[in-house]
Design a protein around this ligand. Structure first.
Ligand SMILES: [Zn+2]
Length: 281
């Protein structure tokens, strides 16, 4: 765990069940450092990248002060998404810019949109973690809500296999094994599990500047942050290169700096370079 860099206390919308009773809702984040940025940018699974970054940047999650990826995988996706948005704001600021396409089939024009992450709020909720589902055949199964780790595990799954895999992961207790359910029951179960999962309201009401058609766009915290980190990877390496060249710090030392501090050193170098240029003139 790092000891410096900006920190922020976050109240989780749903929280983690306590060993005895009740919920842990408190978490503390510290801004990303270069090591977290680089490790995430080099992954192919955006969910694993997000969980890796959160494990590195959570100084506290409920009762845990040494947070690992397994702790993050146990979070409900709504809590993981809210933590990612708060981490994104702490590291990169509130404004996010994206280029999207108009969804109208006869338009499909690209447009730039601005998202203010500070407007995303999460109300506390306490959904039942498990529930019984009645199948069309009259049988009942007991399922749990999917967690962040389920999304990570299913990221690469083929579309036609997802329902069966999700149900197999989420069946609990004395339920029938997933293989005992027919394909229609697996899909019905997967839909019910998905619908029961609480979500953040991330829908933006937009209007296409070309065709004028109104549409809704949903911000995706995992892909939003992952895209940001992949786009800025080469910039990060350039920054490491300049700091190493001038200060002779090791790569590990430079990557251990929070992004804001790294940028301050680069500003100092730039001011130095400009001042020297003026003297030489
Ligand atoms: Zn349009």
């Amino acid at each position: 765990m790092r000891s410096y860099g900006p920190r922020k206390d976050v109240e989780l919308p749903c929280g983690l069940p306590r060993a005895g009773d009740g919920l842990h809702r408190r978490a503390t984040l510290t801004a990303m450092d270069g090591a977290a940025e680089l490790a995430a940018a080099d992954q192919s699974n955006p969910f694993f990248a997000a969980h890796l970054v959160l494990a590195r940047c959570l100084c506290r999650l409920g009762a845990r002060t040494e947070v690992d990826v397994e702790d993050v995988r146990r979070l409900l996706p709504i809590d993981r998404d809210f933590l990612l948005i708060e981490l994104d704001r702490l590291t990169f600021g509130n404004r996010r810019y994206q280029t999207i396409r108009c969804p109208a089939a006869d338009c499909r024009r690209r447009m730039d949109i601005e998202i203010d992450l500070s407007t995303i709020v999460a109300s506390p909720s306490s959904p039942a973690r498990q529930r019984e589902l009645s199948l069309a055949s009259g049988r009942a199964v007991r399922v749990r809500l999917p967690c962040a780790g389920d999304q990570e595990a299913l990221f690469d799954a083929a579309a036609d296999a997802r329902a069966a895999l999700l149900v197999a992961r989420c069946l609990v207790g004395e339920s029938e094994p997933a293989a005992a359910l027919d394909a229609a029951e697996q899909v019905a179960c997967a839909l019910a599990i998905g619908n029961a999962a609480p979500r953040l309201d991330l829908a933006l009401d937009l209007e296409c500047p070309t065709c004028g058609g109104p549409f809704s766009h949903e911000y995706e915290p995992v892909r939003g942050l992952f895209g940001e980190l992949r786009r800025s990877r080469s910039e990060l390496l350039t920054e490491v290169h300049w700091l190493a060249l001038h200060y002779h710090w090791s790569q590990a030392e430079i990557l251990g700096l929070p992004r804001s501090l790294r940028r301050e050193y680069l500003d100092l170098l730039e001011r130095d370079r400009l001042a020297r240029g003026q003297v030489e003139r």
